[in-house]
Design a protein around this ligand. Structure first.
Ligand code: FMN
Length: 333
């Protein structure tokens, strides 16, 4: 089976994400690059760190009515409603192609009950050449979709149920941006995800998540004041892009220094990465890798350009590998 071109451990930007080697720490975010490899015609995937699939549910979904994706002054508003082909079609038509792609593929799972998540996880575990999955517990667009990512006890229960369904696959949990006015802080959710209490199902495996992705879109809405109607058909949606970046950097910083550093759990920083400096900020705050979503709508080749910028930065910082800069924020005078 063809596999991604070998990843040189000597490369200054190759990283190990929870046991998954990546040639670059810049990945394509869930839902922003198609179901799998629709971007292959416009970007050389062999130079991308990895791609996350569209979130897949147990049954196919049409998603919300249009308008469901809009540009706004500070980024993008979306309320796609998890439109996707469902796990059966994914297994039949998409999974067989995963191993032939020249980059690392991470599956994304969404659901509306614990059983939904477990079913999709079990199916994805059987997909060869997909070394990790991301659990989307935080889509703010679908009724009830926030539940798992909004309640640490429920999140713990979900991760405990899903973990045993993934004996062959690393589990990344993608958290909600619970930055402001939430009764629980990001550290409560980080702990819930990584200490789920489930039995480890392999050597060197954690009981809960092997890594965290921080974060999904920020709940938001827009109103057309002339018609007095909501700009999104779903009324509310999620904000992504430059506006969410500093929020996500703070969440990564808190999760890393208060929970993940000591637990040895890697973080993927997500939110408003448009330049290599944005990616580098996430790394210094404690992320091992980053995902680009909204930035792909601006320039699909962004992951390659950002990787180049990061490589120069690593050299200028005088370190051999970007891993040495993870959480290396300086707080001294
Ligand atoms: C159009 C669109 C669709 C998305 N679909 C998904 C999805 O299916 N699953 C998921 O976990 N996140 C989804 N997201 C969230 C992104 O993966 C990412 O977490 C978010 O957009 C923040 O990153 P960004 O500012 O780089 O876009 C979607 C975002 C956008 C803009």
């Amino acid at each position: 089976m063809p596999s991604p071109t070998p990843i040189s451990p000597a490369s200054p930007i190759s990283v190990d994400l929870a046991g998954v080697p990546l040639r670059s720490p810049v990945l394509m975010a869930a839902g922003t690059a198609g179901t799998l490899d629709e971007m292959a015609g416009v970007v050389d995937l062999s130079r991308v760190g990895g791609l996350v699939t569209k979130s897949i549910t147990r049954h196919p979904r049409e998603g919300n009515q249009t308008w469901r994706i809009l540009e706004c002054k500070v980024g993008m508003l979306n309320a796609i409603g998890l439109a996707n082909i469902g796990i059966a079609e994914f297994e039949e038509h998409i999974a067989p192609r995963v191993g032939s792609l020249p980059t690392t593929v991470i599956g994304s799972i969404a659901g509306f009950s614990i059983d939904d998540y477990v079913q999709v996880a079990a199916a994805m575990d059987g997909i060869e050449a997909m070394p990790a999955v991301e659990l989307n517990v935080s889509c703010p667009n679908v009724h009830g979709g926030l539940e798992f990512g909004a309640d640490p006890a429920l999140l713990r229960e979900l991760v405990a149920a899903v973990r045993p369904a993934l004996p062959e696959t690393r589990l990344l949990v993608k958290l909600s941006p619970v930055a402001v006015a939430a009764p629980n802080s990001i550290t409560d959710f980080a702990r819930a995800a990584i200490e789920s209490g489930a039995e480890p199902n392999g050597p060197n495996r954690r009981p809960g998540a092997d890594g965290l992705c921080i974060a999904n879109t920020v709940p938001a809405m827009g109103i057309d004041v002339r018609t007095r109607r909501p700009r999104l058909a779903n009324v509310t949606g999620g904000l992504s892009g430059p506006a969410v970046h500093p929020i996500a950097v703070k969440l990564v910083y808190d999760a890393h220094r208060l929970v993940c550093r000591e637990a040895g759990v890697p973080i993927v920083g997500i939110g408003g990465v448009l330049t290599w400096e944005d990616a580098a900020e996430f790394i210094l705050a404690g992320a091992t890798a980053v995902e680009v979503g909204t930035g792909l709508f601006v320039d699909p080749k962004l992951p390659i350009k950002l990787a180049r910028g990061l490589e120069t930065w690593v050299r200028r910082q005088g370190v051999a590998n970007i891993g040495e800069l993870v959480g290396a924020l300086r707080l001294d005078g």
